[in-house]
Design a protein around this ligand. Structure first.
Ligand code: SAH
Length: 214
């Protein structure tokens, strides 16, 4: 077996042993090659279950965390999903395999431009990526069936709660940027919002405003 094939198989094994058990999520993660989203010095570590640096001082999340968040979001093929924090585009690509439509936004234009190239190369035509401050959501496309935030806020941003459809689910890390963060799941009901706490995590902070071009 080639080095790559063996490394990919080990990644799938690591995902299962860390609790990613949903077969559709595993299938999506088997299909989408993380190596395409990791560039430069770290490509040979793309199939390790580790977060890795990407441009603009950001990180591509650990694959098992991507799997667990995707699983917690419980996406169906009728869903319109918003992801806040495009980063490398890897999480959006996974979501594109499960959802009807994926909107993803990042405050760094460079990351959005790079991610679009990979989406095009893979022919992932149900993803639309925008440069925007995702803490305000994406009013023009709201409401969303599912929202996934991949940067940590102190509390769930109000506009995101407002743009979640009744019956919809949002998964996000909350907590102070360099202290303990928790992954939570928010479900919008007729009466309000239900919250459950999933696990401790560590994400880069959700920052307001667009990034200055570097
Ligand atoms: N989901 C990504 C990893 C995201 S890292 C992946 O699969 O690779 C978190 C990202 O959130 C960073 O790219 C950062 O620029 C972005 N971010 C932080 N605050 C933001 C905001 N207010 N609006 C949009 N994106 C934001």
């Amino acid at each position: 077996m080639s080095f790559d094939a063996e490394a990919k198989m080990q990644l799938l094994f690591a995902l299962r042993s860390r609790g990613v058990t949903d077969s559709l999520v595993l299938e999506a993660m088997e299909k989408i090659d993380r190596g395409l989203f990791v560039k430069g010095y770290f490509t040979d570590r793309a199939y390790e279950d580790m977060p890795l640096p990407i441009p603009c001082g950001q990180t591509i999340s650990q694959p098992s965390v991507v799997g667990l968040m995707t699983q917690a979001l419980n996406v169906s093929n009728r869903d319109k999903v918003l992801e806040v924090g495009t980063g490398s585009g890897y999480q959006a690509a996974i979501l594109s395999q499960l959802a009807r439509r994926v909107y993803t936004v990042d405050r760094h234009r460079r990351l959005v431009v790079e991610a679009r190239k990979v989406f095009d190369a893979l022919d992932l035509s149900n993803i639309t990526a925008f440069t925007a401050d995702g803490s305000f959501g994406l009013q023009e496309q709201a409401p969303f069936d599912r929202i996934l935030v991949t940067a940590a806020a102190e509390d769930p941003p109000g506009p995101l709660l407002a743009q979640l459809r009744i019956g919809g689910i949002m998964v996000l890390p909350v907590g102070q940027s360099d202290a303990v963060q928790h992954l939570i799941r928010v479900t919008r009901t007729e009466q309000g919002f239900d919250y459950d706490e999933l696990r401790p995590v560590r994400f880069v902070p959700l920052v307001e405003g667009l990034a200055k071009e570097s």
